[in-house]
Design a protein around this ligand. Structure first.
Ligand SMILES: [Zn+2]
Length: 394
């Protein structure tokens, strides 16, 4: 199993300056490589490839020993590969007949990570193994940076990345051969309905509430973003407002992650089989209601923001649930959710009128009354179990 582990870094002031320089010069390399590709194509119709750019790194480094020459060759190659990937994705979307945006230059706030593809090459995890109390990671050009190692690393460290979120720095390890930890079977299965009033509801009737702070943060974000529109670009106030927005986003991310871990752990401990709705399908059916960029008729900017924060929360939650389920040896099934909210779990009668309010389910055929989300979760569970039977029979 491959898994990633993320730890807060505690750089000294000098190291923080070096980390910022490292990130900034990788950003400049990315932009220069993009410029190179664009000009070569525009002036001479030449397509520049990753191999061509990687071959030039040697000269770039020797021409600029105090700048680009300070950092790891491998992390610079990884940055060029990242651009190559953006190009490939762009052409793949063109071939698919869509109209994608061309790979863009990255502004200062739009380039937040550097990757070292191999531990030991330009970076070293646990660089001072004999230190009695602390853990360090060494980056070429930065030094041994102290790590807040709140949990143990498992498996073999494959790649190491450094990531800036607001004013904090993190190290992310991608590890191979992480041992699975199967949990004892419980004999129980559950369907989960993901909603707005409750973050999720199980077919057994348990609710995980949507944490209010996410909504509060969304309101504050909307407010600060309105402030930003009034600030003059390039001014000190503008810069401070941008920093505030980044800090708020980081706070939302941390809290969301924390809540998602707890909810996923509870489910994985209790159930052998967990069925959830396929979010890609849910997102498609919902896009008619508008997004934050293009609000629908009844969607204001604020509710659009709330919406997108909740949506992102489900995506994060399902990723974490998938990891934990795999590690624990649990089965996760995703189903098409269409119809699950208006169908009666008791008699199968399906009608829009079965939902007199958002929270209530009252079947117009058999009179069955239930919490609407629980009713939906039961339908989701049944759809998943039916799907599994079909797959097992095939
Ligand atoms: Zn019914």
């Amino acid at each position: 199993m491959r898994r990633s582990f993320k730890y807060l870094l505690r750089p000294t002031c000098k190291q923080a300056v070096a980390l910022a320089a490292c990130l900034e010069e990788h950003r400049q390399l990315y932009n220069a490589a993009l410029e190179h590709r664009r000009i070569a194509y525009r002036r001479a119709g030449v397509t520049v490839r990753y191999g061509d750019q990687s071959a030039e790194l040697k000269h770039i480094r020797s021409d600029d020993p105090e700048g680009q020459g300070r950092w790891s060759f491998s992390s610079q190659q990884a940055t060029l590969r990242r651009l190559d990937k953006a190009y490939r994705a762009f052409f793949a979307r063109v071939r698919a007949g869509r109209t994608p945006g061309f790979p863009r230059f990255r502004g200062r706030g739009r380039f937040d990570s550097v990757e070292w593809p191999t531990d030991g090459d330009g970076c070293r995890w646990n660089s001072q193994p004999d230190h009695p109390t602390a853990t360090f990671v060494r980056f070429q050009g930065v030094g041994h940076v102290r790590v807040h190692r709140h949990r143990a690393v498992e498996g073999h460290v494959k790649t190491v990345s450094v990531k800036r979120e607001g004013s904090r720095w993190y190290v992310v390890l991608s590890c191979d051969d992480v041992p699975a930890r199967p949990l004892p079977a419980t004999g129980a299965a559950a369907g989960i309905d993901m909603g707005v009033a409750s973050f999720l509801t199980t077919s057994d009737g348990d609710h995980v509430v949507n944490r209010r702070h996410l909504v509060t943060s969304a309101d504050r974000l909307a407010e600060v973003q309105r402030d930003l529109a009034r600030r003059q670009q390039g001014s000190g106030r503008h810069r401070r407002t941008v920093a505030r927005i980044a800090a708020l986003h980081a706070k939302v991310r941390r809290r969301r992650l924390d809540g998602a871990h707890k909810a996923a752990l509870t489910l994985v401990r209790a159930y052998d089989v967990i069925v959830h709705e396929d979010l890609r399908i849910t997102a498609m059916t919902r896009s008619a209601a508008g997004t934050i960029e293009r609000p629908g008729r009844n969607v204001g900017a604020k509710s659009g923001l709330n919406r997108s924060i909740l949506d992102a929360g489900w995506g994060v939650f399902l990723r974490i649930l998938t990891d934990k389920a795999e590690s624990a040896g649990r089965t996760l099934i995703s189903v098409n959710p269409s119809g699950t909210s208006r169908m009666c779990a008791h008699c199968g009668h399906s009608a829009k009128k079965n939902r007199p309010t958002q929270a209530e389910f009252a079947c117009t055929a058999c009179g069955h009354i239930a919490h609407a989300d629980v009713n939906a979760a039961i339908n989701i569970l049944r759809a998943g179990l039916a799907l599994r039977t079909v797959v097992n029979a095939a």
